[in-house]
Write a protein that binds this ligand. Structure first.
Ligand SMILES: [Zn+2]
Length: 261
């Protein structure tokens, strides 16, 4: 444990850590929205350069400060003056708040909180990729598996739940795979198994109780999302639904993951 609970009892340090976590959240949101965008477009996500979507001008470091650059440039491209959609700004603020909230609720900077923050970044990235392209990139799923392996390896409190997580993952995966196959057969279309794989990866972090909660939340959210997507005449993206459902289950303290301390 690096910083523990008593530290948060000192108001100045507690506030400083929470503000710092907001900044980190905004920075990671900026990184992951950009990564998701590049993965979806088949660009090099590690070495590619950010550029304006309208004029194609490469963005300088001054253009890439999360939140600040957007406000300073009044939501416009510095080079061609075209309007930049506020979407990235919104996600930078959201992930900043989620980071700050995770830390504030947990009250410590330790290995579990780091695992939770990494998971939150990955969930934002794959949700955006699915929303934009209808595909959940396998790279994000592999990264989630790595987080799980590290969590089980380094957090003794999570080891006790590993078997339940594997059972939840297997059961949910099997049910979803059958449902996907049946829907595909009825609709006579080729269905994507990306949401099945995502649910299987995330269920590893839950117990049977949490898996049931997540499944109920996902069904309700899925219906709302389906209606929203239908009104917008677009394909439903299941990754944000599954991601939110699993976070709700974790917030209800299903396992000692640090979303809610
Ligand atoms: Zn431009």
């Amino acid at each position: 444990m690096v910083f523990s609970y008593p530290l948060f009892e000192i108001p100045f340090i507690g506030i400083y850590l929470i503000v710092l976590s907001f900044v980190f959240g905004a920075v990671f949101a900026s990184f992951i929205t950009c990564t998701a965008w590049r993965v979806v477009r088949g660009e090099d996500w590690m070495l590619g350069h950010s550029h304006c979507d309208t004029c194609g001008h490469e963005l300088s470091t001054a253009d890439l400060f999360p939140i600040i650059s957007y406000i300073a440039l009044k939501g416009k491209c510095r080079y061609c003056g075209s309007k930049v959609p506020p979407r990235d700004l919104i996600f930078e603020i959201i992930l900043g708040c989620v980071f700050a909230g995770t830390l504030a609720l947990h009250g410590a900077v330790d290995a579990p909180v780091v695992a939770a923050l990494v998971l939150e970044v990955l969930l934002l990235g794959l949700s955006l990729a699915d929303w934009d392209s209808g595909v959940i990139p396998n790279g994000f799923l592999a990264a989630i598996l790595v987080v799980w392996i590290m969590t089980v390896g380094f957090m003794p409190e999570m080891q006790a739940y590993a078997i339940e997580g594997l059972i939840a993952s297997g059961c949910v995966g099997l049910l979803m795979a059958i449902a996907t196959a049946v829907i595909g057969k009825v609709k006579k279309t080729k269905m994507s198994y990306g949401p099945v794989k995502l649910a299987m990866c995330l269920m590893l972090f839950l117990r049977i109780r949490g898996a049931c909660i997540a499944a109920c939340v996902a069904v309700v959210l899925g219906i709302i999302f389906a209606l929203v997507c239908k009104s917008k005449k677009r394909k439903i993206a299941l990754a944000p639904v599954i991601a939110i459902a699993v976070i709700v289950a974790l917030l209800l303290k299903d396992v000692p993951m640090p979303f809610a301390g």
